[in-house]
Write a protein that binds this ligand. Structure first.
Ligand code: SF4
Length: 343
């Protein structure tokens, strides 16, 4: 069942639209210039919606200035304070993310809902293991997908009773299996799902956990916005998100490099060449390039790729177009300049 479509600024999420890439600023929101600068860098990298933290009145007021200088919708991340949520909405936040369990009561949530309706903004209901109600915790324990889903459904009902349906829902855990199970159970709730493995970890382990958790769900058609949580520069989060979407053919990145792992047959710098190619080359239309340490697989691999670069010796390679050699004994720079001229 497709969810309803929720508009965040001019970005539409849910209803079968392509999953949208989100990230979160690591800057102090009160530092308007630094936050604008980071958002614009993330936008250039491919971020489509950005979240900023709003822990103070000054941060909430900074939203109106930040919004004037950025091109993507902005979400205010709120904890505990209904007043800050309302101030963020008054200053132009396109969406607020709250954990309804930590806002301090239903009357306070109702005040936020009235403001979101007035400003035509969306609300993301975030539920995680730390926010589970005591009866659910007692019955199911803390790592229970069912408890997360039941909690989310209670809050959905509350918002619906207040006639508010401009909702996005997230159930999150730092445990990959819990994340997958909970989102599978929630996929037909009728609202777009924001998915992510929370506090996933450092660049390497967080990428692996996110690729498994988010990737599994996306492959099953579950998930409308994604955020890769990594303990590193948020630029990396966007880059990993794009690679996950590309691996599932949900988007097509300009360059897809297929590289062999190398073995004893390899006599050239395949690892270095594959990395340099990914870093240096951004074709104008999608292109797949295979980088291989030797010729044994060139016929098979180059059928799937537009070009194949095959190691000869040291820094010398042969460039194939499909299975026909184009340049022999070429350096990386010669191959790169040839490819740049073709595309
Ligand atoms: S392409 Fe050649 S070098 Fe690379 S793994 Fe296969 S056999 Fe080894």
């Amino acid at each position: 069942m497709e969810s309803r479509i929720v508009k965040i600024g001019d970005v539409r999420i849910g209803g079968g639209n392509k999953p949208v890439i989100q990230s979160m600023c690591s800057t102090d929101t009160e530092d308007v210039q630094a936050t604008i600068c980071q958002i614009n860098e993330l936008t250039k990298e491919g971020c489509e919606i950005i979240r900023v933290t709003v822990p103070t009145v000054k941060a909430a007021k900074a939203i109106s200035k930040i919004k004037k200088a950025i091109k993507i919708p902005l979400i205010a991340d709120i904890h505990y304070s209904p007043d800050l949520a309302i101030l963020a909405l008054e200053n132009g936040a396109d969406k607020i993310r709250i954990n309804p369990g930590n806002i301090g009561g239903r009357d306070k949530l109702t005040r936020i809902i009235i403001s979101a309706k007035k400003h035509k903004a969306a609300i993301r209901i975030g539920v995680n293991e730390g926010s589970l109600e005591s009866d659910l915790l007692k019955k199911y324990g803390s790592h229970s997908p069912k408890a997360l889903v039941l909690s989310a459904k209670r809050w959905i009902k509350f918002f619906e009773n207040e006639s508010f349906r401009n909702l996005v829902v997230s159930v999150k855990s730092s445990d990959v299996r819990t994340t997958i199970e909970a989102n599978r159970m929630l996929k037909n709730c009728g609202y777009p799902l924001h998915i992510g493995v929370t506090e996933a970890g450092t660049k390497e382990s967080g990428t692996i956990k996110s690729a498994i958790g988010i990737g599994t769900l996306l492959a099953e058609g579950v998930g409308d916005t994604i955020r890769i949580s990594l303990s590193t520069d948020p630029i990396e989060e966007v880059s990993v998100a794009k690679k996950i979407l590309d691996a599932l053919d949900i988007i097509k990145l300009p360059l897809r490099v297929i590289a062999c792992p190398t073995c004893g047959r390899n006599k050239s710098d395949v690892w270095g060449l594959a990395e340099k190619l990914e870093r240096d080359f951004e074709p104008k239309k999608p292109l797949t390039v295979a980088v291989l340490g030797c010729g044994v697989n060139v016929v098979g691999e180059s059928k799937a790729a537009d070009y194949a670069i095959v190691g000869v010796n040291g820094d010398k390679f042969t460039l194939f177009k499909k299975d026909k050699p184009i340049i022999r004994m070429a350096s990386y720079n010669q191959i790169l300049s040839y490819l740049k001229k073709q595309i």
